[in-house]
Design a protein around this ligand. Structure first.
Ligand code: NDP
Length: 321
């Protein structure tokens, strides 16, 4: 068994920033890296919107910079996946790969979220070569080009509008005969001359020589008027939702209907279960930072900011013990 003051779960911008702050506060944190070292950001091609990198930065370089910064102040890294937790006791218990047990005064959950994909083979083939799940991250590379956005929710509408500001043309591929997004977002999309909404279309496969150059779609699959359509595109953006990686904590920490961890106002303090809106009871020593608790912004800089907050709050909590 390993006894620590502060345990951080996740190695994205939230986890690493929490580690920098916690180690500088002498909490001697241990950070469990999880399945995707460096987090979601490493699935993008280049980061141009993180302050401090005027020429942009390769995501692995940026995450390695953050990691080295945390290491410099004494963070210990454990490569492995957290498989079980017990937050009903103090100190909190966390197991890595079911065997290695940790006891921690404070735990910072920074497990992030994962974009949903359609599940077609060619999404994997062209990942990082025309397939993206983040228009804000990658849209800039498609200036004056033609792209498609899949989805009909608020995210898809927001991404389509954002891309329309950069691209020549944007297709929206929507599986239903209507958009699910809020009225105002729908209007923005429908009134944008650069966006063409393809209702009742599904993507069969992506095509292209070494990179995305087109998509094969099917219109009203299984209906008498079913029809095939090919569109020429340079980029294919998924906007069909995200899964927060919070399943592991479901028995201890309050989550919303989509699984995002609910935090107390502007803080990173988690709530215990059972949870009632407006009457939540804090779960002492458990904090959540980054995309696992953020259904709205999903930006590295926002995640980093909340990682700093979590470490400051963990420090305050540990000092109060
Ligand atoms: P949503 O779940 O709201 O929408 C997902 C969209 O993707 C739906 O149109 C859905 O279609 C479609 N979809 C899902 N799976 C597939 C699939 N396999 N093939 C094709 N299409 C698929 O997710 P969002 O990320 O858009 O939004 C999540 C939450 O965040 C929502 O509550 C939203 O309101 C909120 N949000 C708010 C914003 C704002 O207020 N500015 C901005 C962004 C998000 P179908 O309709 O057929 O199910």
């Amino acid at each position: 068994m390993n006894r620590v003051k502060c345990l951080i779960i996740g190695s994205g911008p939230a986890g690493y920033t929490a580690a920098i702050y916690a180690s500088r506060a002498n909490l001697e944190p241990v950070l469990i890296e999880g399945p995707q070292l460096g987090g979601q950001l490493t699935t993008t091609t280049e980061v141009e919107n993180f302050p401090g990198y005027p020429d942009g930065v390769e995501p692995f370089t940026m995450m390695d910079d953050m990691r080295r910064q945390a290491e410099r102040f004494g963070t210990k890294f454990v490569s492995g996946i957290v498989t079980k937790v017990d937050f009903s006791v103090s100190p909190k218990k966390v197991w890595v790969e079911d065997t290695e047990e940790y006891e921690a005064d404070a735990v910072i959950i920074a497990t992030g979220a994962s974009a949903k994909y359609l599940g077609i083979e060619s999404e994997r083939t062209y990942k990082g070569r025309g397939v993206s799940a983040c228009a804000t991250c990658d849209g800039f590379f498609y200036r004056k080009k033609t792209v498609a956005v899949v989805g009909g929710g608020d995210t898809a509408c927001e991404e389509a509008n954002y891309l329309a500001g950069l691209c020549e043309k944007v297709y929206m591929i929507v599986r239903k005969p209507y958009l699910r997004a809020s009225e105002i977002m729908q209007q923005r999309v429908l009134n944008n001359p650069k966006i063409e909404v393809l209702f009742e279309h599904n993507t069969l496969q992506l095509t292209g020589e070494g990179k995305v150059q087109g998509a094969d779609l099917v219109y009203r699959k299984g209906e008498p008027d079913e029809a095939m359509r090919h569109i020429a595109i340079d980029g294919f953006f998924l906007a069909i939702g995200h899964h927060p990686n919070t399943e592991l904590f479901k028995d201890y920490v309050a989550r919303d209907a989509e699984g995002y961890i609910i935090v107390d106002g502007a803080s990173t303090q988690c709530f215990s279960l059972p949870f009632r809106e407006g009457q939540g009871v804090g779960l002492p020593g458990v904090f959540a930072a980054g995309d696992c608790a953020d259904p709205h912004y999903r930006q590295a800089i926002v995640a980093a900011g909340s990682g700093a907050k979590a470490a400051i709050e963990a420090d305050k909590y540990i000092k109060s013990l």
